[in-house]
Design a protein around this ligand. Structure first.
Ligand code: FE
Ligand code: FE
Length: 393
């Protein structure tokens, strides 16, 4: 039974036990994977912790064993390699590979599905969320394509996913009852999945690279180019003014994450989630994208670093008493290389690397000037910010 086991929980144990009974197996070997190739970019708890948790979970279940093949030194990276090795080491045994229904639907994408199909019988757990019809269709398809011997395994639908457990731990919620008490104790004792001190995102948060890919899908081309420009200027300013590069890049990357949402949807999403909406924003929903962006960055992309969220929140208007990161994002948004409309850009660009506060003030000044000349409705915060920095720079 392969898996990340990050962490192991009752649904894993239940599945193992059902397989053991329904197919009269001699034993079930739990096979934690090292760094699964198809899940790159996902942060995992260290493999030694995951192994220790499996050991604790199976302590009183003699028919469950730990199999270290994919985590030991000469680790095998792919299931087909592991199975080949087992086949050679135990030529008289029949191996069953236990997988969840979700994995079965991804089976085509695994390395060497033919080899896997040749070396083992596949036991696929049926879960309620996959319709019986879909399931038998997939089974027939895999049989025809790879000659796979696939048997279905009835399991009670225990919807405990490791990711749900990690989220709960991160939020400080109770996880007892989702796994054997010893495992829960171990997690607590070692402060696993808590995100650690100062860590900016949840344990299963996406990397900057993954976030970039996500945003590229959601944004039109010019908005995405702008976003990447802002991200790198944030990095450059962070270098100049001594701020954490990754946090600065994260803030720059995410600052416009709500911008490409249609205006009606902006309003609806803000309403649905009880964000405060001013009358002005109600008439001009595009003004919501900063507020909404901070919300979406947290809710959808699991970003928990409050400073990063604030930098997103205030990137359109600024506010009195901005943090260094808020200033970096605000300035970067204005000077990134693709911008070409604003007056005095080359001067302000240079100033940004000489004196951030002066650059901020210049940008506020230009913005207020622009707002004064335009017929559009404008909010007061930019003006308040300008007044504040006039007296504080
Ligand atoms: Fe913006
Ligand atoms: Fe922007």
């Amino acid at each position: 039974m392969g898996g990340t086991f990050d962490p192991i929980h009752n649904a894993h144990l239940n599945l193992a036990e059902q397989a053991y009974r329904q197919f009269s197996l001699d034993a079930v070997w739990m096979l934690p994977n090292g760094n699964p190739p198809h899940k790159s970019g996902v942060r995992q708890e260290d493999v030694s912790h995951r192994i220790r948790m499996i050991q604790l979970a199976i302590e009183n279940r003699p028919y469950l064993k730990l199999c270290n093949l994919e985590t030991s030194k000469k680790e095998f990276h792919y299931t087909f390699e592991t199975l080949q090795h087992l086949k050679n080491a135990y030529p008289h045994m029949i191996f069953y590979f236990i997988m969840g229904a979700d994995s079965l639907f991804e089976f085509d994408a695994w390395r060497e599905p033919e080899a896997i199909s040749r070396d083992c019988v596949i036991l696929a757990a049926v879960r309620d969320n996959h319709h019986q019809e879909q399931m038998s269709g997939k089974v027939a398809e895999l049989k025809a394509r790879f000659g796979a011997d696939i048997r279905l395994l009835d399991t009670p639908n225990m919807d405990i996913a490791s990711s749900e457990i990690r989220k709960r731990i991160c939020r400080g919620e109770d996880i007892s009852g989702m796994m054997p008490p010893r495992v829960a104790d171990y997690i607590k004792k070692n402060a696993l999945y808590t995100g650690g001190k100062g860590r900016m995102r949840r344990a299963d948060a996406l990397s900057i690279r993954d976030l970039k890919n996500e945003l590229e899908k959601e944004m039109d081309e010019s908005r995405f180019e702008h976003t990447i420009g802002v991200m790198y200027i944030c990095a450059a300013l962070a270098m100049r003014y001594g701020f954490d590069l990754e946090r600065a890049m994260l803030a720059g990357l995410m600052h416009d994450c709500a911008k490409c949402m249609p205006n009606a949807k902006k309003l609806k999403t803000a309403e649905k989630n009880h964000l405060e909406i001013t009358e002005l924003e109600r008439r001009n929903p595009f003004m919501l994208h900063a507020k909404l962006g901070a919300f979406i960055a947290r809710k959808k992309y699991d970003i928990e670093d409050q400073e990063v969220l604030d930098a997103i929140r205030w990137h359109t208007t600024g506010r009195p008493g901005m943090s260094l990161l808020e200033k970096i994002v605000y300035v970067a948004d204005y000077i990134e290389p693709k911008r070409d409309k604003a007056p005095n850009l080359s001067q302000i660009r240079q100033l940004a690397f000489e004196d951030l506060n002066l650059a901020l003030l210049r940008i506020l000044e230009e913005t207020v000037d622009y707002l004064d000349q335009s017929d559009d409705e404008t909010d007061d915060i930019t003006r308040q910010t300008y007044e504040y920095y006039k007296n504080h720079v």
